[in-house]
Design a protein around this ligand. Structure first.
Ligand code: PMP
Length: 380
């Protein structure tokens, strides 16, 4: 009862407690790959420290890294000047928060599709603005179309946070869907904050290339947010970046300068190593693709479960309402943990009750965890 009332955080607290008491719990909540970055990247950071690259950098990041990113972005067809259009941040989260702090006004409304990454709403509120939740379309993997968005527009609508591939569903906006949405936002003078952290994890290569082409004509109304966290398995290194028009990036530099100053110096040099040869250092998708297929295969054994077909990221989002019509997702998750020793994230954490999110980012005990999950769900 207490867990249900205090919500999703209580599930994680309970996991920590149970583990501290010696209970074996396999954690399928993790949002970071289990693979280590290449030794070359580690060496770049160690060398940076040993050669005393340990001082402040400009707030927007070291010029070499900005130049490398600017070239990458230009290759995707965007105009990107390393001095005007980009800022190196300490990951995607700080990039998002800096964007909101620098650009959002108290009267602004920020549109957020449901289900959503849990940090969006608190960040919007800390920035003093109002999140407006837009329910995704269940018939289309909970993605949003202009028709879904229209009823939520007001004269205060100013920003829209688009995350694709989506955490938690693994849905990917198709090039056509993306184009339609961006056109609509542009027409309504709404800036699209594009949370692109899972860009690498699109399992259809052709779609990936087509998306870059679609974004190009809308670059003036997009703030592109990326990070090295998932793509290069550099979560703890805290490096990301934002690319946008100069008028949007300039205030972000000021805000970042007053908060963190700059992204960690040795991490910037490690990121430089990674981005100078992304084909070599980005994670191989094969591993994740086959894990995804294995998760789907395992869940086929569960009657009445309904899965959103995941085309990207490293999550599977499953509707468990027909399995447990009387129980909340939070209760189901805590029972799975207590009785079956497996932790998955309740949909409530992402604003959508009656679902669970299974992460396959970590493959270490994935198959054992899936066995436990399948048994737990099957024994309702
Ligand atoms: N956006 C989304 C959708 C995420 O899932 C995450 C990480 N789980 C982030 C942003 C934050 O990424 P970073 O580690 O680069 O701050």
């Amino acid at each position: 009862k207490m867990i249900e009332e205090s919500g999703t955080l209580a599930v994680f607290d309970r996991m920590k407690k149970l583990r501290a008491m010696g209970k074996d719990i396999i954690n399928l909540c993790v949002g970071e790959p289990d693979i280590s970055p290449s030794q070359d990247i580690e060496t770049a950071a160690i060398q940076a420290i040993q050669s005393h690259h340990i001082r402040y950098t400009p707030s927007e990041g070291i010029p070499e890294l900005r130049k490398t990113i600017a070239h990458m972005i230009q290759d995707e067809g965007w105009r990107a000047d390393e001095n005007r259009n980009l800022i190196i941040t300490a990951g995607a989260k700080p990039a998002l928060f800096t964007t909101l702090l620098a650009l959002v006004k108290k009267t602004n409304e920020v549109l957020v599709p449901v289900p959503f990454y849990p940090s969006y709403a608190p960040m919007i509120r800390y920035a003093g603005a109002k999140p407006v939740y837009v329910p995704g379309n269940p018939q289309n993997g909970y993605k949003i179309s202009p028709q879904d968005l229209k009823p939520y527009l007001t004269p205060h609508s100013r920003f829209f946070i688009l995350n694709s591939p989506v955490n938690p569903t693994g849905s990917v906006y198709s090039p056509d869907e993306l184009q339609e949405l961006l056109k609509f936002l542009d027409k309504n003078h709404i800036i699209c904050i594009l949370d692109d952290v899972y860009r690498h994890f699109i399992y259809d290569e052709a779609v990936k290339e087509e998306i870059a082409r679609i974004l190009k004509p809308f670059q003036r109304s997009i703030i592109l947010i990326r990070s090295l966290s998932k793509e290069f398995a550099m979560t703890g290194w805290r490096i990301g970046y934002a690319v946008a028009e100069e008028s949007l990036i300039t205030p972000m530099k000021t805000v970042q300068g007053h908060i963190i100053g700059n992204a960690q110096t040795a991490s910037q040099l490690a990121a430089l190593k990674a981005l100078q040869n992304p084909e070599k250092y980005a994670l191989s998708l094969h591993v994740f693709k086959s894990r995804r297929n294995d998760v789907l295969e395992a869940l086929r054994q569960v009657d009445h479960i309904s899965i959103i077909p995941p085309a990207g990221a490293f999550y599977v989002f499953a509707d468990i309402r027909s399995i447990h019509p009387e129980k909340s997702d939070v209760i189901v998750c805590s029972e799975l943990m207590e009785k079956y020793g497996v932790a998955v994230t309740p949909g409530s954490a992402f604003g959508l009750k009656g679902f669970i999110r299974i992460s396959y980012a970590d493959g270490n005990r994935l198959y054992e965890g899936l066995d436990r999950l399948v048994r737990g769900l099957a024994s309702r």
